[in-house]
Each structure stands twice: as C-alpha cells, then as structure tokens.
Design a protein around this ligand. Structure first.
Ligand SMILES: Cc1cc2nc3c(=O)[nH]c(=O)nc-3n(C[C@H](O)[C@H](O)[C@H](O)COP(=O)(O)OP(=O)(O)OC[C@H]3O[C@@H](n4cnc5c(N)ncnc54)[C@H](O)[C@@H]3O)c2cc1C
Length: 389
C-alpha cells in the first residue's frame, strides 16, 4: 500500500519534541499542522516516561517548564493540572526535577490525546525508529530495523535526545551520573560509601555536583573525609546572572550566548550544586576533595567511578536515496534555525533537529550544546522550526 505523505513526522516524543506542537499552538497553527498530517514516533511505551526523571533539584526555575504553553491555547490543560499549578506557584525557583518530569509527561499525554481528533495525526508509541531514509522525491521515511517504512512525511524533526558518555579506557566499576541520578546505582554507591573506598567523580558540571550532592544526602553519615574525589579537566563554571556579577566574584564565568551576547543562564553551576562547590572550596565540606584530572590523592584507591563527562547524540542515521549517510550519525549539527546540516555544512531540505544531542556548527566537540534547556527548545528553537514547516 502506498502511504500518503504527512506534512511532518517527529522522531522522539520527549520534552524537546513537545516544543513543536506547543510552538504551533502559540502561533495558532496547531490544527492546520495536525490536519495536514503530523506523526510523533517514540520507542517508549505510551505510559512510560523517563526524561528528566532525576532525583535532584532542577537547574531551571519552575516557570521555564511552563513558559512555552499558550495560556489560552488548545493545549493549555496541563497548566491547570496539579503539577502545573505547583510549578506556577514556584515559578521563579528550582523545583524537584521529578515534578517537572511529571508535568512534561502530562503535556505529552495532552498532545497524544489531541492527535486523536485528526485523521492524519498520530502518536505512535513502542515504535523504535532505526533510521530515516530520504527518497528521490525528498520525502522522509522513518524505518524500522527491517527497513519497513513506519511514517512518510514531507519534513521531519529529529528529537531522540542524547546518551551519557563514558569515556575511553573507563576503569572497571564505572557508572554514569545519569544512572546515579536516576537512582539505578544505589547498591554500588551504598557499598562504596560503607566500605570507605574512594569514590571518584569525573567532571565538574551540574550533573557531577548533583551526583555528589546525592551521595552526601543519602550516604553522607558513612562517608569519610576526602572519600569523594571530584576530578575536573577544566575550570568549574559557576552561573552568574550578569557579566558584572561574574567579574566581581572573580570565579570562572559561564559561556556567553553567541546569538544574544547574554551570559548563558543554562551553563555553570547554580543552586545546590553551586553551594556545594563553594563549600568544598572553602573547606566546609571535608568529605569532598577537588582534584585536577590525573592528580593523585592520598588514601585508598577508588573502587567506584562516576562518569559525569557529558552526553552525545543518540544514533539515528539519516540515509540519502543512494543509501549513504548524509552526515556522521552521532554528530548531528543544527544551525540557529534548527536546520540539520549535512555534508559540507549545507542544510538537508526539510530536516530539523531539536533537543539534547545537537550541536551548533561552531562547536568543536560532538555534544557541545550549551543551550540545552526545555524553555529554549519550547521557545525560540521550536518557533523557528514551525515557521519553516
Ligand atoms: C542531569 C540533567 C539535568 C537537567 N536539568 C534540566 C533542567 O533543570 N532544566 C532544563 O530545561 N533542562 C534540563 N536538562 C536538559 C534537557 O532539557 C533534558 O535532558 C531533556 O530530557 C532533553 O529532552 P530531549 O527530548 O532532547 O531528550 P530525551 O529526554 O532523551 O527524549 C528523547 C526521546 O526520544 C525517544 N527515542 C530515542 N531514540 C529513539 C528512536 N531511535 N526511535 C524512537 N524514539 C526514540 C526516547 O524514548 C525519548 O522519549 C537536564 C539534563 C540532564 C542530563
């Protein structure tokens, strides 16, 4: 049977993917999009939601998770849910990330339920996409591992997120900060804490200090002075609301947004992670020691390593009509309009990327995406993509 092409398909239906219907609703074009055909595909089951399911405070203020939804839009119902109201009541403060995750899961249900009103709109769950294929007519086929077309569309958005890096030559007994923050590594953390073995944390990011904070919170009584060693390759960045504040403090300043020239409010330690870092620096948290990467510390050899060294794009090959990849599948580069760049840096017509895992053309390292935050995905990134569909 020949499938007729939808206007759009979105591969991945996590927090970032939600930006597309949310921005379309803001622009009052969500019904047009759904009528013309819009398919969301995710490998997770309908009621499963793992995005941002971390047992730590958010890096964002609560309002950042709500800001994309139009208060008078068709998709406004999550704003009035219990989670939405709690976020609104705390809009300028960090909140438990699991609360934000429940709100986003609620928003995903709202979008999935909304598609049911339209013949050509669908949210397909338990549907892993193996790769995208662009045929000779420029149509996108999301395909399964047996090369069967799952959805056919005129444009496509990649929103499959990223997976944690573990690094080369990882020592035995290494877990990722992702696993620790999801509370999947409690047994090994408890054991290391209890036996007095050194716990090595690689990295100086929000994830690294959040993992340390979690160890102190859960097993802090058993931890001995210097038992946690945080090894960083570069200076630890601290968030500051302005350049002036950064210069006044004399600490390393977080990156500057290349587009607006503003201090990037999503890079650098904030909130509890920042407090913990300062406590370690002034010697008020003796259980944690800061080391330069490779520096040796006295005391027992580490038995557990927690890698918090960033994320890299989940693999989703995009193949051209000749079956060849249009770019290396684990380095997805997007321009400031959300267009995916193929070989020689030229946009692939009709193909967009949103969410964690994409890097800008100017970044040198794969996975270097400092503006990775829900309000950016739901805000300007999604608006720019929707305007081009
Ligand atoms: C520790 C940590 C804390 C963070 N804190 C904040 C914060 O406070 N505020 C903030 O704004 N951002 C935060 N972020 C950044 C970012 O907003 C989140 O990582 C967010 O989950 C990214 O959403 P995403 O949709 O890009 O990716 P994901 O959440 O990973 O979603 C991707 C979706 O794609 C699906 N998928 C993957 N592969 C396939 C495939 N082949 N076929 C079909 N479906 C597929 C997955 O099942 C999933 O549903 C944080 C990130 C981390 C790691």
């Amino acid at each position: 049977m020949q499938l007729s092409a939808a206007r759009l398909q979105v591969v991945g239906f996590g927090p970032a993917a939600l930006g597309i219907p949310v921005a379309a609703d803001r622009a009052d074009v969500v019904d047009d999009l759904m009528r013309d055909g819009c398919v969301f595909l995710d490998r997770r089951a309908r009621d499963e939601w793992r995005s941002l399911d971390y047992d730590i405070p958010s890096n964002s203020a609560a309002g950042d998770f709500l800001g994309g939804l139009a208060p008078d839009g068709r998709l406004r119902a999550p704003l009035h849910s219990a989670e939405g109201r709690t976020l609104m009541d705390n809009s300028d403060r960090p909140v438990p990330l699991r609360l934000a995750a429940r709100f986003l899961a609620r928003t995903a249900r709202e979008v999935a339920d909304y598609t049911v009103r339209f013949n050509r709109a669908h949210a397909l769950f338990s549907t892993p996409v193996d790769h995208l294929y662009v045929d000779r007519d420029g149509l996108f086929h999301s395909r399964d591992a047996r090369r069967r077309t799952l959805a056919l569309s005129r444009s496509a958005v990649i929103a499959v997120g990223a997976r944690p890096r573990t690094g080369h030559g990882t020592p035995p007994r290494t877990v990722t900060s992702e696993g620790v923050l999801r509370r999947e590594c409690d047994a090994v953390c408890a054991e290391a804490a209890g036996t007095g073995a050194a716990i090595r944390v690689l990295g100086g990011s929000h994830s690294a200090f959040s993992a340390v904070g979690l160890l102190l919170r859960e097993w802090g009584r058993e931890l001995r002075p210097g038992q946690i060693r945080v090894e960083t390759r570069s200076r630890v960045l601290v968030h500051h609301p302005s350049r002036q504040a950064a210069h006044a403090s004399g600490t390393a300043v977080a990156t500057v947004d290349p587009e607006t020239g503003e201090i990037n409010r999503f890079a650098g330690l904030r909130g509890e992670s920042e407090e913990l870092y300062h406590a370690v620096l002034r010697g008020a948290e003796p259980r944690v020691r800061l080391l330069r990467h490779g520096e040796r510390a006295p005391g027992p050899v580490p038995r557990l390593t927690i890698a918090a060294i960033g994320y890299r794009a989940r693999r989703l090959p995009v193949l051209g009509p000749d079956g060849l990849a249009l770019y290396p599948p684990d380095r997805v580069t997007v321009d400031s309009d959300g267009r995916v760049l193929g070989h020689e840096g030229r946009p692939v017509p009709g193909l967009f990327g949103i969410g964690l895992g994409h890097c800008g053309p100017e970044s040198t390292a794969a996975g270097d995406y400092p503006m990775a935050a829900v309000n950016i995905f739901h805000g300007r990134v999604a608006s720019r993509i929707v305007a081009q569909l």
